[in-house]
Design a protein around this ligand. Structure first.
Ligand code: SF4
Length: 279
């Protein structure tokens, strides 16, 4: 049996960085709070909670404490609130998300309205919105924009959620370039980490008899990897860790593919591989 890893898999740079910042802080602090789940992975979260990390969903529960900001980032008001309430911030906002905060802030100062393409319920979008002083509009795709947007005459800067689909981004960019409207600026803020993992999953699934997709059940990017692989390789399975390996279903496979979502640490992937090899 051959085990083949996807060319790109497991945690991205931003999630790795957030985990390192949090683990380092937990070495000197007995208790830390995190605004929402740090990453969508139960094993990792349970481990961090054992070390002293607590999840809060409402900042009003905090005072005189330490707060981790996760990689999705937050709006300006969270920093203001923490400053007023003596809450020390341990900032794990991904630099690629922070760049978007800087862009929208600067463009608002220059008099631009902001359009964000992405999922309006995602915390990253909430955070970006929180740095916009001028009008901000959020659309999931070009159709929604064309149907609803009535402010074409205004100076507008367009940004994208970091995990926005690259093909949709290209479609939107081409559309606005074709308008030849100098009042509209399109900024490429898409992070290629998700796209690279999805392309690698496609490449993997077509050459394997079975694929193991490793990642938390709440992780939307892991779900997407699972769907991609399942479409190309029927014997694809989604598991959270090595306790859930479907040995019976993969035992006759000559080539087993391995991929993992952007919130799955490498250690969990390696543990699965060792278990598959030694069983
Ligand atoms: S997917 Fe990209 S933007 Fe999001 S945390 Fe990872 S590196 Fe940062």
């Amino acid at each position: 049996m051959e085990i083949i890893r996807a060319d790109f898999y497991a945690t991205c740079f931003g999630v790795d960085r957030a985990l390192k910042i949090t683990n380092d802080a937990l070495k000197s602090e007995n208790e830390l709070f995190c605004y929402g789940e740090l990453i969508h992975n139960n094993d990792v979260m349970e481990n961090l909670e054992r070390k002293g990390l607590h999840i809060v969903n409402d900042l009003k529960d905090l005072k005189d404490s330490n707060l981790v900001i996760r990689s999705h980032g937050v709006g300006h008001s969270v920093y203001d609130y923490c400053m007023k309430n003596n809450i020390r911030i341990i900032d794990a906002t991904c630099p690629k998300v922070r760049r978007i905060h800087g862009i929208v802030r600067q463009q608002c100062e220059a008099g631009y309205d902001i359009i964000i393409f992405g999922n309006k319920n995602h915390p990253e979008i909430e955070g970006i919105k929180g740095w916009c002083e001028n009008s901000v509009y959020i659309y999931s795709d070009l159709n929604e924009y064309k149907t609803n947007h009535k402010h074409d005459e205004k100076k507008t800067c367009i940004v994208f959620q970091t995990t926005y689909h690259i093909n949709k981004y290209n479609e939107i960019k081409e559309y606005f370039y074709s308008l030849n409207n100098n009042a509209i600026i399109v900024k490429d803020t898409v992070c290629r980490a998700t796209e690279l993992r999805q392309e690698a999953a496609r490449k993997l699934a077509v050459v394997c008899d079975s694929v193991l997709v490793i990642g938390g059940k709440q992780s939307s990017n892991t779900k997407k990897l699972y769907e991609i692989c399942k479409e190309l390789c029927e014997n694809t399975h989604w598991l959270e860790n090595s306790d859930k390996i479907p040995y019976d279903l993969i035992k006759n496979s000559k080539k087993i593919g391995i991929t993992a979502g952007a919130s799955t640490p490498l250690e969990i992937v390696e543990e699965v591989i060792v278990n598959v090899r030694t069983k």
